[in-house]
Design a protein around this ligand. Structure first.
Ligand code: HPA
Length: 281
């Protein structure tokens, strides 16, 4: 069995054989946010199933392919469909696409998700820029041996005492984009829990107490791996429901996907603004 570095290289070589460009950014599209891929020009579609060693997508509202091409004039590689811990993937498997995108040369990862708003000042349809996260999925996404049982060189070099996981320069640009376009972009702490169930009322209270503004079931593993590999990370949450413990609405997967579409336009503007800032940097 190949270790994770070799698997990553084979997968990257395959993608490069079909799309021989160097992507400036990688974009992970969360639940209900996949439509952004329709804006990609000169798109090369690569099904996950065709990529050596790649996991397969099974979650509601997720396609399963890479869409490579140009967005705001910049070469990007987009994941239309992501992998979740609750689907049964190991943390290594579900973060493997991030390693592949890094091997292909991304300098920035934009990672999006649908999330429940724990902060009572948030509204459904808001976008939250992730300032930091609390990883309740657990680890280690970034520090375990390759499949051959040998410590993997690339993973072993991750430091536990890094700079901030989410890039402050990218956060500033995202806030400026929202201000100029006249919409509110919230800023806050994202908690990643394992899922697939939504939280109990007691869990919502607990999350608020520990400083969480929005909760979802993804993003932290991918952000940790990207930052560990030296890639700048911008995280964006579409707030799909407000989690008031004493006035709970029923949260359903279908409802989450519908409301995510309302936040999608704001997210689209932020993504375009960030890519514009890369092209002029
Ligand atoms: N909890 C966890 N994940 C979510 C939620 C939620 O309330 N809404 C969208 N994703």
């Amino acid at each position: 069995m190949l270790n994770i570095t070799h698997q990553t290289e084979e997968a990257a070589q395959y993608v490069q054989s079909l799309w021989p460009k160097r992507p400036a950014a990688g974009i992970i599209l969360g639940s209900g946010l996949g439509d952004l891929a329709n804006d990609i020009e000169q798109a090369e579609l690569i099904d996950y199933a065709s990529i050596p060693h790649f996991p397969r997508s099974t979650a509601l509202g997720h396609e399963g392919r890479l869409v490579c091409g140009y967005l705001a004039g910049m070469p990007v590689i987009t994941m239309q469909g992501r992998f979740h811990f609750y689907e049964g993937y190991s943390l290594h498997e579900l973060t493997m696409p991030v390693r592949v995108m890094n091997t292909l040369g991304i300098g920035l990862l934009i990672v999006s998700n649908a999330a429940g708003g724990i902060n009572p000042n948030f509204s459904a349809g808001d976008v939250m820029i992730i300032q930091d996260h609390i990883n309740l999925i657990g680890g280690p996404a970034t520090a375990s041996p390759g499949d051959d049982g040998q410590a993997d060189d690339r993973i072993a070099t991750y430091s536990c005492c890094r700079e901030a996981t989410y890039d402050s320069g990218a956060i500033d640009v995202a806030q400026q984009v929202a201000r100029r376009a006249n919409f509110v972009a919230q800023l806050g702490v994202y908690a990643a829990q394992r899922g697939p169930n939504y939280e109990t009322r007691a869990e919502y209270r607990y999350l608020r107490r520990i400083g969480v503004d929005a909760v979802g079931m993804s993003t932290a593993p991918e952000a940790l791996v990207a930052a560990g590999e030296g890639v700048r990370v911008l995280g964006l949450s579409a707030i799909t429901n407000i989690c008031l413990p004493d006035a709970l609405d029923e949260t359903t997967g279908e409802g989450v996907i519908e409301t995510a579409a309302q936040a999608a336009e704001k997210m689209r503007r932020i993504v375009f603004g960030i890519l514009d800032s890369l092209s002029t940097a």
